[in-house]
Design a protein around this ligand. Structure first.
Ligand code: IMP
Ligand code: MG
Length: 171
């Protein structure tokens, strides 16, 4: 059986490509705030912002979704909120993976309620076929199959985040 895998070099190239697009789209912005969704996005965010050719501020938000490790319940609680005032800023939310969409929809609405000048979403991975609600990202690294993936920030019960590539969880 073939295990799904995205290797380091492929990720690196993709992150560069996304950063180029983002740098171009925001070249006239003087107030870009990149908000990483903890914990999963920490590596993607760190690599992405270092490839940006424009200035930005960095902030984080951490939410937890009730329920067990591989399933999102849609009931979301804020564990750590942002600290930068984003009113009149161009906000880019950075997330590891868009799955059912419930988590990002919640975060998107929360950020929108704080009146940013604009709001876009960047995700490294998009599990399109798992979507439960109508939400899409403005920047997508890879559309991935419905398999549980770990590495490059993604975890299973807090393990595997430090694997430098992305792979299917072996069961
Ligand atoms: P959603 O609310 O269903 O879109 O869930 C998004 C969150 O679920 C992501 O931020 C991840 O933390 C987690 N998640 C979804 N799929 C995976 C996966 O394949 N591996 C690791 N975490 C995942
Ligand atoms: Mg997670």
């Amino acid at each position: 059986m073939n295990m799904f895998l995205i290797d380091e070099e492929t990720i690196k190239q993709k992150v560069k490509e996304l950063a180029q697009k983002i740098s171009k789209d925001y070249e006239n912005s003087d107030n870009l705030v990149v908000i990483g969704v903890l914990k999963g996005a920490f590596i993607f965010l760190a690599d992405l912002v270092r490839e940006l050719k424009i200035p930005c501020k960095v902030d984080f938000i951490k939410v937890s979704s009730y329920g067990q490790s591989t399933q999102s319940s849609g009931i979301v609680r804020i564990e750590l909120d942002t600290s930068i005032d984003i009113a009149n800023s161009d906000v880019l939310i950075v997330e590891d993976i868009l799955d059912t969409g419930l988590t990002l929809k919640y975060i998107k609405e929360l950020i929108l309620s704080r009146n940013p000048r604009s709001l876009k979403i960047a995700v490294l991975l998009d599990k399109v076929e798992r979507r439960k609600i109508d939400i899409s990202a403005d920047y997508v690294g890879f559309v991935v199959p419905d398999k549980f993936l770990v590495g490059y920030g993604l975890d299973f019960s807090e393990n595997y985040r430090n694997i430098p590539y992305i792979k299917e969880l072996e069961t």
